[in-house]
Design a protein around this ligand. Sequence first.
Ligand SMILES: C[S@@+](CC[C@H](N)C(=O)[O-])C[C@H]1O[C@@H](n2cnc3c(N)ncnc32)[C@H](O)[C@@H]1O
Length: 249
Amino acid sequence: MTLSGQLYDTLGATYTVTRRTEPRIAAAIWTALGDARTVLNVGAGTGSYEPPDRDVLAVEPSALMRSQRHPDAAPCLGAAAENLPFEDKSFDAAMAVCTVHHWRDPIAGLRELRRVARRVVVFLFDTSEADRFWLTRDYLPEFSALRSCQILASPAELAGAVGARIEPVLIPWDCADGFYEAYWRRPEAYLDERVRRGISVWDAVGPDAEQRAVHTLRADLEAGRWTERNRELIDLDAAELGARLLIAN
Ligand SMILES: C[S@@+](CC[C@H](N)C(=O)[O-])C[C@H]1O[C@@H](n2cnc3c(N)ncnc32)[C@H](O)[C@@H]1O
C-alpha cells in the first residue's frame, strides 16, 4: 500500500458526507471517454464519477475508501496506480479523478494507465497559480508554500508523459462535489468542519493554519470584508480555478 492509500485510511472516514459526483464535471469526463465500453477507474475512492452505462472496474488502495462504496457500485480491487495488475491494453479507457496529486509517482502512474488502456482521461487541478483562488491567496498561503516544497509535476508535464491534450473545466458555483475549490462562491461553507474534513488540503497544512484561516474568514464574512474583496464573483455562474481534463486517445 502507498503512503497516500494509508492517508485515506484515516482521512477517508467521512468522505461521502461532502464528496459526490458533480453532474457537469461528470458530463465532461464521460464525453472524454468517447465510445469506450470497458473503463478502469483508478484511485476510485467511493465511486464518484463512475459512468453508469459502461462496464467499469475500479482500483483503490485504501480499504476504508473501498468499504464505503455503494453495494451496487462497480467491483473494486485494492491496487495503486503505479503498479496496475492488468495486461497491456485490457481496457478501452482508464480514468482518474481528483487523485493524481496523491500518487507517490504520478508520471509512473499515468504511464501505467496508458499501458493498460487505449484512452486515458484524468481530472485534476493545476495548482501552480494557487493564488488565483481567494481561499489560498487571502487565508491559506500555507497551501502555496506547501506546494512549492513538493516536487509536483505540472499538468503540461503529466500530459506530456502520456501524449494527452489539456482542456480547462469550469467549476460551477453550486458544485456538488466538495473539493477544495468547490465553494468558491459559498465562502461560509469553509467554516463547516464537515466540509473541511472532506478536503485533504486542511490536513496537509495542519491544525494551526486551519484554525487561523477559519477564524480570519469568519471575521471577514461578519464584517463584510470578504464580499467587498470578492464582488466580481457574486454574479459568476462558473469559475476558472485550474481544473483540467487530460485526454490521451
Ligand atoms: C480525493 S480521493 C478521490 C477519489 C475519487 N476518484 C473521487 O473522485 O471521489 C483520492 C483517492 O486517491 C487514492 N490514492 C492515493 N494514492 C493512490 C495511488 N498511488 N494510486 C491510486 N489511488 C491512490 C486515495 O486512497 C483516495 O481514495
